[in-house]
Ligand binder design. Structure first.
Ligand SMILES: Cc1ncc(COP(=O)(O)O)c(C=O)c1O
Length: 371
């Protein structure tokens, strides 16, 4: 125990100790971008399903007794929505990413991954048998140089490119069209994590890669952010999904997500697709414009307010929490050393006034830093 206490002490000394805090104040921190988490249509769907006797737990892995019509219906709907041959639903986006990268790339393959890619993809890449190469953030030249080199004397090696459509801690976007063209030119597979675009960006919230050729593309859609429920959907050519069903250990050796979770995710996708989703996306887009004027950033719903030092980020976050805002300090290893920040996360549940009032509280903190 002493060893762990020492490690915790070291984290505290560096301003890096984390603890669990219940939500309090105006939500500027969750990923509930459309504000669907408590939507009456989802509550009603949950109550109807419970009334009709849906199982609360799956009772087994998908390959055994755990596979139910709620999972199947969701996957069929999602395949149509995201324009994929097939989809596979996991309990979480983390599990989906981990399964994807540990199952599809083989030991002869190489994964090129963006330096800012999410920990769930990184963990999958690290645990995969394939070799991997970190590419500087959004550096198209570096991708092309690596692809060109790997294409020489190729044998049966496949190259995989792993990127996010909207980066989770910076809110900027990947140059997807250009990356797609590179992948087609060099016969590589593009894997796009659409975690922060799903429900929000692209036609009807289908993600930023929607509409791109899909024979050399895999997308991952998390369902616990804008969709307000939980889970992760891998969308891919049918043969890859069939292979994952047969070989992805996180899929095979894990109890299936509760059927109720699958049913609610399905309802949330329908909600996101329809008029409700559209009007919430429009409201969010207006908030993004205001936020960019007030705080900078890339004009998306994720606005980084970089403070540098870990302790500084914690102090500013605590100050703003005291003013009634739920905003948290993001520190390494979630972000690079020296770039601790507030991650302002916008939601259609907010109003313009919320942003202006928050900016008024933040301003003196930023000025104090500059002084
Ligand atoms: C880019 C990205 N991918 C995957 C995940 C994991 O998704 P989940 O929270 O559903 O496990 C996250 C979660 O923060 C994320 O930001």
């Amino acid at each position: 125990m002493k060893k762990f206490q020492e490690k915790l002490g070291q984290l505290e000394e560096r301003g890096r100790l984390r603890s669990l805090n219940l939500p309090a104040g105006i939500d500027l921190t969750s990923n509930d971008y459309l504000g669907l988490r408590g939507h009456p249509a989802l509550r009603r769907a949950a109550m109807d399903a419970i009334g009709a006797g849906i199982d609360l737990g799956a009772g087994g892995s998908r390959l055994l007794r755990g596979h139910q019509s709620a999972h199947e219906n969701l996957e069929i709907f999602a395949a149509g929505f995201f324009n994929a041959e097939k989809t596979l639903y996991f309990s979480s986006g983390y599990q989906a990413n981990f399964a994807l990268f540990t199952t599809l790339p083989s030991r002869h393959d190489v994964i090129l991954y963006d330096s800012l890619i999410h920990a769930s993809a990184r963990d999958g890449i690290n645990a995969s048998h394939a070799k991997s190469l970190r590419i500087p953030h959004n550096d198209l030249d570096a991708y092309e140089t690596a692809l060109k080199r790997l294409n020489e004397g190729k044998n049966d090696r496949r190259v995989w490119l792993a990127v996010e459509s909207v980066y989770s801690m910076d809110g900027d976007m990947a140059p997807l069209r250009e990356l797609g063209a590179l992948c087609r030119r060099y016969d590589a597979m593009l894997v796009v994590d659409e975690a922060h675009a799903t429900g929000v960006l692209g036609y009807e919230g289908r993600g930023l890669s929607f509409g791109m050729p899909h024979h050399n593309r895999i997308t991952l859609h998390t369902c616990g952010k804008a969709l307000g429920v939980a889970g992760g959907l891998v969308c891919a050519p049918g043969v890859l999904i069939d292979y994952m069903i047969n070989a992805a250990r996180p899929f095979i050796f894990s109890t299936a997500p509760p059927p109720l979770q699958a049913l609610l995710t399905h309802e949330a996708l329908k909600l996101a697709q329809g008029r409700e989703g559209q009007s919430r996306r429009e409201k969010l887009a207006a908030l993004c414009k205001t936020a960019q004027k007030l705080f900078g950033g890339h004009g998306t719903h994720i606005v980084p307010i970089i403070l540098g030092e870990d302790r500084r980020a914690v102090a500013v976050a605590e100050h703003l929490q005291g003013k009634g805002y739920d905003i948290r300090a993001i520190r390494p290893p979630s972000v690079a050393e020296g770039t601790a920040r507030l991650r302002l996360s916008l939601s259609a549940a907010l109003d313009e006034d919320d942003l202006h009032r928050f900016a008024a509280h933040l301003k003196p903190q930023m000025e104090r830093r500059a002084a």
